[in-house]
Ligand binder design. Structure first.
Ligand SMILES: Nc1nc2c(ncn2[C@@H]2O[C@H](COP(=O)(O)OP(=O)(O)OP(=O)(O)O)[C@@H](O)[C@H]2O)c(=O)[nH]1
Ligand SMILES: [Zn+2]
Length: 196
């Protein structure tokens, strides 16, 4: 992301008006005491849920170190909350993010892997794109030998409405570099990720 590229900003007033309109459309009275502050509250909540639209999530990977470690680095079970872009309800679960440093030996802080997940999760999303975006961010910023990202999530749009299948879990993966080209390396990482 270059400085000249424009980023959106969250329009609190517009979001509040939209929530008020939604309540009216539902036949509610947005001025009754229990709902009076709801449009402002919901707007603030969405500003937080979509916070990943307003900054470049890759920027958390600015902190890099050089280290002589050419093996797998894996952070498992990163809690992940995102918003399904079809229904604007949550999908949530766990992200597992691993990489093998490249020849440059470039590594990053472990917390930064969780921060990248969070940055891309806080947008209207589909799980597949979220998984891909996290993998590609690591490729761009760390130039690693390989990246593997696996996400497991439950979608409330499938649980609380529609097909109503609570407990159904969706797994997505994105592999890059050596994890793509070497089945044995991929299988080893997968067994570490899936082995509970
Ligand atoms: N591939 C993918 N699909 C998703 C994700 N989140 C929600 N969906 C699906 O998006 C689809 C939207 O389908 P539509 O037919 O346009 O909407 P709908 O009538 O509300 O669909 P139902 O949920 O089946 O009632 C549904 O099948 C959802 O299960 C996601 O992260 N990835
Ligand atoms: Zn949905």
């Amino acid at each position: 992301m270059t400085a000249v590229e424009a980023r959106p900003v969250f329009d609190q007033a517009r979001a509040e008006a939209a929530v008020r309109e939604l309540l009216l459309a539902a036949g509610e009275d947005p001025d009754r005491p229990g709902l009076k502050d709801t449009p402002a509250r919901v707007a603030r909540a969405y500003a937080e849920q979509f916070a990943g639209l307003y900054d470049d999530p890759d920027d958390v990977l600015d902190t890099v170190f050089d280290e002589n470690h050419a093996e797998l680095v894996l952070v498992k079970d990163i809690p992940m909350y995102s918003t399904c872009e079809h229904h604007l309800v949550p999908f949530f679960g766990k992200a597992h993010v691993g990489y093998i440093p490249g020849r440059s030996g470039r590594i990053t802080g472990l917390s930064k892997l969780a921060r990248v997940v969070e940055g891309y999760a806080k947008r209207p999303q589909v799980q597949e794109r979220l998984t891909t975006q996290v993998a590609d961010a690591l490729v761009r910023r760390l130039q690693p030998a390989g990246v593997i990202v696996v996400m497991e999530a439950e979608h409330l749009c499938m649980a609380m409405r529609g097909i109503r299948k609570p407990g159904a879990s969706t797994t997505t993966s994105a592999v890059r570099g050596i994890f793509q080209s070497q089945a044995s390396t991929r299988a080893e990482a997968m067994s570490l990720i899936m082995g509970r």
